[in-house]
Design a protein around this ligand. Structure first.
Ligand code: NAD
Length: 480
C-alpha cells in the first residue's frame, strides 16, 4: 500500500514514530494507502524548517514569490488528471465535481494570490502638512494552516497561497481523512524545486498533533478551517499566546424561497445547494424556508429532483452524488436522520444508506434526503449535519422567515430567492450571515470578504482580507 509521507524542509519523510493510519477509499470502504500518524516531534521539525526558511523567504521580492506561486499553479494544471482522480478517490466525491471545482480552484487560489500580492497597496494618513503616516505590512513568521476534508486541496491552497504570497512560511496540516492531494502537492513541489522549508506539510490526527502546532512558540499565526467544536478548542488553548487567529467554521445555512421567485431556478439551485458534494460543503443550504403560497408545489418539485439524482460510483460520469467521506461520518448522518424521524419529521424522500453492487457494496452512500414538519428551532434545524439532508420549513411573512433564519447559532451563508429585488436587499440586510446570495448559490468571487458570524467563525478570508491577516501593519510617522 502506498505510504503518504510528511514534507519537511523539502524532503518527503516518514513520521518519527514510523506509525501510520489506514487511509480509506469511501467509495468501497477499503484501505488503499497509509497516512503518517505524526506527533509533536514531527511538528517541531516542520516548524524548525519553516523558521529557518522564513529568514530568506521573507526577504524575497513580491515578484519572486508571485512567480513561484504561479509555477506551482502551472504544475497543478500539468498534473490535473492525476489530482482529480486522487481527490475523488480520497473523498468519495464525483470525479466530475473534482474536475469542475476542486482542482481548478486549487490552481486558481495560487494564481489569485500570486496576482493580488503585486497589486496590494498600503495606507497613508496625512496630518495637514505636519506629518505623513504610512503603513507598511510585513510578514509575521511561520503560519499554521489547518484544513478539513470536504474540499481538501481547494481549502489547503486557499490558506497557503496568501500565507506564502505575503512572505510567511507555512506548516500545513491537511485532514487525516483526505491527505492524498496534499501529499501529491508536496511531490509536485519537490519536482519543481519549490524552495526548501517554505512549505511544510505534516500529516496525522488533529487531536494528537494539533495542540503542538497551534500552541508552538514559533508559530504566531493560525489559520483554521473545520468544525466549530475544534475551532472553540483552538481558540481556547491559543488565547494565552496572543496569536493571530482566523477561524472558518461550520454552517447551518438558510435558503429562503419567496413565492415570487423564478420557480424553476429556485428549485434547481436549492437542490444543488442541498446535495452538491453529498451536502458536505460548509455553504450548503440545509434549511429550506418556502413561502406558504408555493410550499406544496415547491416541495413536490424539490422532492422530484432529489429522487432523480443518481448516487453512485464517483468515477462514473452519470453520478450526481458519490460517497460520503467516511464510515464514521455516514453513521453520524444516519443517526441524525433517525433523530429527525423521532422528532416527528416527515420523510419525503431518501433517508437510507444505499448499498451499491460489486466492488462498491461496502461504500458509504446515502440517498438525498428531504424532511418536513420539523420545528425551525429543533436540534435537526440547529446542528450541522454535513450530509445530503435538508428540511423544508414553510413561512408566511418576511418577518417570520428572518426570525427563523436567524435563530441558528451559526451565521455562515444564506440564499434568498425573489424577483422583488428591493425585498432581496431588505432581507439580506437583516440576515445574520457573513455571505449572502440573492437568486444564486456558491457564486464565488475570490476578492470578497469570506467568513461567518456567530459560531461560524472569527475573521474573514479572501482577497485583501487574507493579505491583511497574514501580515502585521507597521505605521511610520514622518514629520515634515
Ligand atoms: P475538524 O474540525 O474535525 O477538522 C479540521 C482540521 O482540523 C483537520 O485537519 C483536523 O485534523 C484538524 N484538527 C482536529 N483537531 C484539532 C486540534 N485539536 N488542533 C488542531 N487541529 C485539529 O473538521 P472536519 O470534520 O475536517 O471538517 C468539517 C467541518 O469543517 C464542518 O463543520 C464544515 O462546516 C467546516 N468547514 C468550514 C468551512 C468554512 O469556510 N467556514 C469550509 C469547509 C468546511
Amino acid at each position: 500500500m502506498e505510504k503518504i509521507l510528511n514534507y519537511i524542509n523539502g524532503e518527503l519523510i516518514e513520521p518519527s514514530s514510523k506509525i501510520y493510519i489506514e487511509n480509506i477509499d469511501p467509495s468501497c470502504g477499503k484501505a488503499y494507502s497509509l497516512v503518517p500518524d505524526s506527533c509533536a516531534d514531527d511538528v517541531n521539525e516542520a516548524v524548525k524548517s519553516a523558521k529557518v526558511a522564513y529568514s530568506f523567504w521573507s526577504k524575497t521580492t513580491k515578484q519572486e514569490r508571485s512567480d513561484i506561486l504561479n509555477k506551482l499553479a502551472d504544475a497543478i494544471e500539468e498534473n490535473f488528471d492525476m489530482l482529480v482522480a486522487a481527490e475523488s478517490r480520497d473523498n468519495g466525491k464525483p470525479l466530475s465535481l473534482a474536475a469542475k471545482v476542486d482542482i481548478p480552484r486549487a490552481s486558481a487560489n495560487l494564481r489569485f494570490f500570486a496576482g493580488a500580492i503585486l497589486h496590494d497597496s498600503s495606507d497613508v494618513h496625512e496630518m495637514d502638512g505636519e506629518a505623513i503616516n504610512y503603513t507598511l505590512r510585513v510578514p509575521i513568521g511561520v503560519a499554521a494552516c489547518i484544513s478539513p476534508w470536504n474540499l481538501p486541496l481547494y481549502l489547503l491552497t486557499w490558506k497557503i497561497a496568501p500565507a506564502l504570497a505575503t512572505g510567511n512560511t507555512v506548516v500545513a496540516k491537511p485532514s487525516e481523512i483526505t491527505p492524498m492531494t496534499a501529499y501529491l502537492l508536496s511531490k509536485i513541489c519537490k519536482e519543481i524545486n519549490f524552495p526548501k522549508g517554505v512549505l511544510n506539510i505534516v500529516h496525522g490526527r488533529g487531536e494528537k498533533l494539533g495542540d503542538a502546532l497551534t500552541t508552538h512558540q514559533d508559530v504566531p499565526i493560525v489559520s483554521f478551517t473545520g468544525g466549530s467544536d475544534t475551532g472553540k478548542h483552538i481558540s481556547k488553548i491559543t488565547a494565552p499566546y496572543f496569536k493571530k487567529l482566523s477561524l472558518e467554521l461550520g454552517g447551518k445555512n438558510p435558503n429562503i424561497i419567496f413565492d415570487d421567485c423564478d420557480f424553476d431556478k429556485a428549485v434547481s439551485t436549492a437542490s444543488r445547494a442541498a446535495f452538491t458534494n453529498q451536502g458536505q460543503i460548509c455553504l450548503c443550504g440545509s434549511r429550506v424556508f418556502v413561502q406558504n403560497k408555493i410550499y406544496e408545489k415547491f416541495k413536490s418539485a424539490l422532492v422530484d429532483k432529489a429522487k432523480k439524482l443518481i448516487v453512485g460510483d464517483p468515477k462514473s460520469s452519470n453520478s450526481h452524488l458519490g460517497a460520503v467521506v467516511s464510515e464514521e461520518h455516514m453513521n453520524k448522518i444516519l443517526l441524525k436522520i433517525n433523530e429527525a424521524k423521532k422528532l416527528g419529521g416527515i420523510l419525503l424522500c431518501g433517508g437510507e444508506r444505499l448499498i451499491l453492487e460489486g466492488e462498491l457494496k461496502n461504500g458509504y452512500y446515502i440517498q438525498p434526503t428531504v424532511f418536513e414538519n420539523l420545528a425551525y428551532d429543533c436540534s435537526i434545524n440547529n446542528e450541522e449535519i454535513f450530509g445530503p439532508v435538508v428540511t423544508l420549513i414553510p413561512f408566511e411573512s418576511e418577518d417570520d422567515v428572518i426570525m427563523m433564519a436567524n435563530s441558528s447559532e451559526f451565521g455562515l451563508s444564506a440564499s434568498i430567492f425573489t424577483k422583488d429585488i428591493s425585498r432581496g436587499h431588505r432581507v439580506a440586510a437583516k440576515i445574520d450571515s457573513g455571505v449572502i446570495w440573492i437568486n444564486t448559490w456558491l457564486l464565488r468571487d475570490l476578492r470578497i470578504p469570506f467568513g461567518g458570524m456567530k459560531n461560524s467563525g472569527v475573521g474573514r478570508e479572501g482577497g485583501f482580507n487574507s493579505l491583511k491577516f497574514f501580515t502585521e501593519p507597521k505605521n511610520i510617522c514622518v514629520k515634515i
